[in-house]
Every structure is written in C-alpha cells, then in structure tokens.
Design a protein around this ligand. Structure first.
Ligand code: NAD
Ligand code: ZN
Ligand code: ZN
Length: 360
C-alpha cells in the first residue's frame, strides 16, 4: 500500500555534513516521493529531532567507523508516517506518530536479530550515520524499526527518548542494580545523563551525579540526584564518590555517559566490589584500563551497552509517558538553522539536558 494523506513537497530542508570539511550546512534537498519508496520503507514527516552528542561525533568523523558522505544526521526523530512503500509488511498506517531511532534497520534473521540484539546485526543500518537521519523535514526510514509513539505523548517530549532515553534505560538494566542501590552517573547533566538520573530514580536507585557547573548541578538535584560531584572542582573524585555512599564502599553501578575520556578514568576505582561499570559514552580513542589483580579480587564488571532493541525503546517511551511520571526530558527547542551553533555549544560542554530541533 503506497498511500499518503497529504501533499508531499518535492523539496524540503535538512542539515547535511560533507565528509571533506565536517561543516554542517542547512540545504534544500529532493524529497523521496511515495511512489519511489521500496518495500519496507516509510516516509516520515519529522516534526522534532533531538541532537545527540553522537551526531557531533559523526560530523567530526572521530570514530573508527565510516559515515555516509553528504550525511543528514539525527536519530531522535519524532513525526508522522506520511507514506509507506508498496508491499511493506507492517501494521503501521499513514498518520501514525512514530520515532526514528539510531538503529534504522536490521536483517531480522541473523542470530543477533533472533535474540533481540538487533544493534549487533552485521547488516544494521544507522540513522544519521550510514543512512540519512532526522535532521530533515521528510526522512525515509524503515517500518520494522520505527517506534510507535504512545497516544497522547507530545512529539517533542518523545524525541530525546528515542536515543538518550532508551540508551540509558537499557544501560541501567544491564547494570543489574537493584532498588536501594547506589548508581554513579558521570555526564549526569548532559542529554543521556539527565535522563539516566530520572530512569534510575524510577527504578528505586540512589543517584550520585557527576558533571560540572552550577546549571547542571541544579538540574541534577532537581531531578532527584542525592549527591553531586563537580568533576572540575573535586580533587579526589574516587574518595568523594565512595564517601557519598552510606557505607563508603562506593556505588553498585556506574553508567558512564560522558563524551570525554576523563569520565571513564576512575570508574573502575570507585565502583563497589562486585559492582558493574556500564560503558555508554563513546569518547574517540578512549581506553579503559583496569588492574587485573583488583579486577579479579573485587569481581568488578565492565560491560558495554549500545542503544537498545525495539522493546527497550517501547518501554522507555511508555515510562516517559506515565501520568505523574518521574521521567521528563529537560530540553530547549531551537530551529534547524541553529545546528552549527548547537554543535559548538555541545563541544564546549555548555548544554544542560537536551536540545530539540523544530523542523516545521
Ligand atoms: P552531552 O554532551 O549532552 O553530555 C555529556 C556530558 O558529559 C556533559 O554534560 C559533560 O559536561 C559531561 N562530562 C564531560 N567530561 C566529564 C567527566 N570527566 N566526568 C563527568 N561528566 C563529564 O552528550 P550526550 O548526547 O549525552 O552523549 C554522551 C555520549 O554518549 C556521547 O559520546 C555519545 O556518542 C554517547 N552515546 C552512546 C550511546 C550508546 O548506545 N552507547 C547512545 C547515545 C549516545
Ligand atoms: Zn544518540
Ligand atoms: Zn540481523
């Protein structure tokens, strides 16, 4: 069924990065028309898109993975399905509110896909990295991996949940921390981190927020962090974090959401014996070292956690849409044309919470 409820324009606006110079420019582009969609593809009218630090890594090309050239970034898109490719096997309908997340598509038949580990699929397509993402008014995405946005949820509230929210929610699950346990969150004032503070609270965890500056301190404390440590002011971060826990043994888990290597440096030193450090932030070239003797004797765990699967995305959205819920993204809405300035502010650590682009 190739159908469309509204006139699709031939041209629209989006933000594109050329590999050659890494500069992001807002340009007009040709919109894929409904008749040209392949089976399994959908055209989404993107109303809002969150800006993730991953988009900045993609623009700077500082990861050991190659991005598409002339790349339209963005993987926290929230909008409406306006057309679906013929012969698509889906229960999505034109008009449905959907989210575009980092994992744009996966083969659905390899061992990883069969186990719900779709982000490990060797054929995975990544929104705003290997395929164009949500920094455009009309985006082609894939019916199998679009997330349905719960009824009544505002699209701008939903957008940051599609990467930041699902990622920290899954990372918290990976940490195996239980209600009443302490969790440290380096990067707590950023996009992922401030949502991590909130999902952690929802799970009954006690949060030690680590970041810098008065604005992020205020944000983290207002969101329920019990302890705050400024990584630029505190001289002995390991002792300060351990001291913040009642018995001084350190947090049961750490969810490292910092985009700089320094956030990782001490995590294995302050984690409680038997505790788990969950690596989430992706600072280019960072290496985590752990002295084998103490790693063994203290039974430390270090696990990587990469976005989440379709069910994680669904759960993260549902939890962020609960009446009187504890999870609410703190964001500032800005126009698409601000993206170059947003990248500069993000690089210098000025942004507290998330920034959401308004595409229309
Ligand atoms: P952000 O810029 O909004 O937040 C990062 C925060 O880290 C900032 O508030 C900064 O002040 C803080 N920080 C920097 N150094 C620190 C330190 N030494 N200790 C404590 N805090 C420190 O970025 P974001 O959008 O939240 O993304 C964070 C990272 O997570 C990026 O590297 C991004 O690519 C990565 N990411 C990973 C996944 C995944 O699946 N694993 C998903 C999304 C994003
Ligand atoms: Zn992201
Ligand atoms: Zn697969």
């Amino acid at each position: 069924m190739s159908n469309s409820s509204e006139q699709i324009p031939k041209r629209a606006r989006g933000a594109f990065v050329q590999q050659a110079d890494s500069n992001v420019k807002v340009e007009e582009y040709d919109v894929v028309q409904p008749k040209d969609l392949k089976p399994g593809e959908a055209l989404v009218k993107v109303m809002y898109s969150g800006v993730c630090h991953t988009d900045l890594h993609a623009a700077k090309q500082d990861w050991p993975l190659e991005a598409k050239d002339h790349l339209c970034g963005g993987h926290e898109g929230a909008g409406y399905v306006v057309a679906i490719g013929e012969h698509s096997n889906t229960n999505l309908k034109v008009g449905d509110a959907v989210g575009i997340k980092w994992l744009a598509d996966a083969c659905m038949h390899c061992e990883f896909c069969r186990q719900g580990l779709e982000s490990l699929c060797p054929e995975a397509k990544l929104s705003g990295f290997t395929v164009d993402g949500s920094f455009q008014q009309y985006a082609v995405s894939f019916v199998n991996h679009l997330s349905k946005i719960p009824d009544g949820m505002k699209l701008d509230d939903a957008a940051p949940i599609l990467c930041a929210g699902v990622t920290v929610y899954k990372a918290l699950k990976q940490s195996n921390a239980k209600a009443g346990n302490w969790v440290a969150v380096p990067g707590a004032g950023g996009g992922l981190g401030h949502l991590c503070v909130q999902y952690a609270n929802l799970m009954g965890l006690r949060v030690i927020a680590i970041d810098t500056g008065a604005e992020k301190k205020k944000l983290c404390e207002s969101l329920g962090a019990e302890a705050w440590i400024d990584f630029k002011e505190e001289k002995d971060i390991v002792s300060a974090i351990k001291k913040a826990t009642d018995d001084g043994f350190g947090p049961h888990a750490a969810i490292v959401t910092s985009a700089s290597p320094s956030g990782y440096e001490q995590a294995l030193d302050y984690i409680r014996p038997g505790g788990t450090v969950v690596a989430v932030g992706l600072p280019a070239g960072a290496v985590v070292k752990s002295e084998v003797f103490w790693h063994v004797v203290y039974e430390r765990k270090l696990v990587g956690s990469y976005v989440g699967n379709r069910q994680d995305a669904h759960e993260a959205l549902v939890l962020a849409n609960m009446k009187n819920g504890k999870v609410k993204c703190h964001y500032v809405t800005r126009p698409l044309d601000d993206l170059p300035a947003i990248y500069e502010e993000m690089a210098s650590g000025k942004l507290a919470g998330r920034t959401v682009l308004k595409l229309f």
